[in-house]
Design a protein around this ligand. Structure first.
Ligand code: 4AD
Length: 457
């Protein structure tokens, strides 16, 4: 039985065995007090054993981090906890030594990243990964309850969904002597798939296929980006949730995103109370207030053009120039959501020149039906759009962006055979987790971060 459940139980004379790792051990008046934790919750169980027990001498020198099995009865505790385990026997499964890096003091997150094989044992990281797990469940639940079909989109692809060229290449060539064609270029026809292939940057294009058969679909899986950006909000491998819905326009799309975010945050607040209280106490004193406020606030919607005029009329000195036609930088996004709107806000209708080929061109022929959701503290957590469903316009956009039309023939086909308006978006799981927990580095909300020059674990 997990410690999370044991500490909810009433005292009883039934003998139970508990497994876990020692958080702290101290002796007082011939009694050894051990806090053990098994990761099932932040709370540890106090185990007490007195010096008359046969095993007492063997417990001398038991260290923080040791794994143990404790057997005994759950009794009412005179201490702050309701119950404790009065142990008749404690078996050390494996002790630690003085080199165990997680001693009872606060360690910096930078240091903990160096020991990613041990950091899930800390209070903060264990809380993060429990919330991550519950959040993932809530995400699947949200879509499953609404008849969305879960699509496992491929990891290896031949297309570049975002058209940004930030792709990790996949090959089985011997890199010392790859096959070359007559002109001396790599001959991908001789490579494993007979074509140049990559790790996916997004499952969207395949989700669009499913939306044209199932109406409502979603993906939830890893995405890979070879962008060399060493920021606290970017990882080379991150998890993305991408719903795609046939017959939805842009407004349907941002309303779905709003309902989705509120629903899953509500689930986390309800099911991760202890962990959320921990974040509120130790990481960000505003987290709980911010999240509960969010559930009854209506997310604002402004156009990109309005965002530009807000930024231009502000007295704030920005590092990057604010000009219609340029993409919004993180400092601009955060200024809008934190200083001006002070709430989550969708920015819609971006210039078509800065957005991918698949976004639907608006009637002004200058902007596309795009949407980004910006939230205070984290900035952009969602990017999405209504998709271009008109064959000729899409083909022109693809040609303008120099895409290899053959590679995307199937994508164009969807616009020939029963094409429909449709929309979708991508939510970065780690960005949302940062928002929910108040953690300010993406490396601390993903179990084993992959960032430029970092892949130890
Ligand atoms: O805005 P992005 O690039 O949109 C897409 O990939 C679309 N195909 C989604 C769709 O419409 N189906 O990425 C979507 C979200 C971002 O808002 C951000 O939360 C996250 O994915 N994201 C990253 N998270 C961590 N590290 C990175 N390098 C990220 N790049 C994007």
């Amino acid at each position: 039985m997990s410690i999370k459940n044991i500490i909810k139980m009433a005292a009883s004379d039934k003998e139970i065995s508990v497994y876990g790792w020692v958080k702290t051990a101290r002796t007082s008046k011939n009694i050894l007090f051990i806090e053990i934790n098994d990761g099932s919750s932040l709370n540890s169980l106090q185990v007490v054993i007195n010096s008359e027990s046969q095993c007492f001498n063997e417990l001398n020198g038991i260290g923080t981090g040791a794994s143990i099995k404790a057997t005994g009865q759950l009794v009412n505790s005179p201490g702050k906890q309701k119950t404790e385990l009065s142990a008749s026997n404690i078996e050390i499964i494996c002790n630690t030594d003085e080199n165990y890096p997680l001693q009872k003091k606060r360690h910096s997150f930078e240091f903990l990243r160096e020991i990613a094989h041990l950091r899930p044992k800390t209070n903060t990281l264990s809380a993060v990964f429990r919330v991550r797990s519950q959040l993932s469940f809530a995400i699947n639940r949200f879509f499953q309850e609404r008849d969305f079909i879960y699509l496992h989109s491929p990891i290896i692809t031949a297309s570049d969904c975002e058209g940004a060229g930030e792709l990790f290449k996949v090959t089985s060539f011997d890199l010392q002597k790859p096959s070359l064609d007559k002109t001396g270029n790599l001959d991908f026809e001789k490579d494993f798939f007979g074509k140049e292939t990559f790790l996916t940057v997004s499952g969207q294009l395949q989700a669009e296929i499913f939306a044209h058969s199932f109406t409502k679909t979603y993906t939830f899986g890893p995405a890979f980006r070879a962008e060399n950006s060493n920021t606290s909000r970017h990882c080379s491998e991150f998890w993305m949730i991408e719903p795609e819905v046939a017959f939805n326009n842009l407004e349907d799309n941002y309303r779905l995103a709003e309902e989705f975010i509120k629903n899953i945050i509500h689930y986390v607040l309800e099911h991760c109370q202890t962990d959320m209280e921990f974040f509120n106490k130790w990481i960000d004193k505003n987290v709980l207030e911010r999240l509960s406020k969010l559930s009854y606030s209506k997310f604002e919607v402004i156009t990109y053009t309005e965002a530009i005029s807000i930024l231009q009329s502000s007295k704030h000195k920005f590092e990057f120039p604010v000009e219609w036609g340029n993409d919004l930088q993180s400092e601009h996004e955060r200024y809008i959501t934190e200083q001006v709107i002070k709430n989550p806000v969708f920015v819609i209708d971006y210039p078509k020149t800065i957005k991918p080929f698949y976004m639907r061109v608006n009637d002004d022929d200058k902007t596309v039906a795009a949407m980004d959701l910006l939230v205070p503290g984290t900035g952009e957590i969602i990017g999405g759009s209504q998709r271009e469903e008109r064959y000729d316009i899409l083909l022109k956009r693809m040609k303008d962006q120099n895409l290899d039309i053959d590679t995307y023939q199937w994508y164009l086909d969807l616009r020939k055979f029963g094409s429909v308006p449709h929309s979708g978006f991508g939510l970065g799981l780690e960005r949302l987790l940062m928002y929910i927990t108040g953690m300010d580095n993406i490396r601390d909300v993903i179990p084993f971060p992959r960032t430029p020059k970092q892949i130890k674990f």
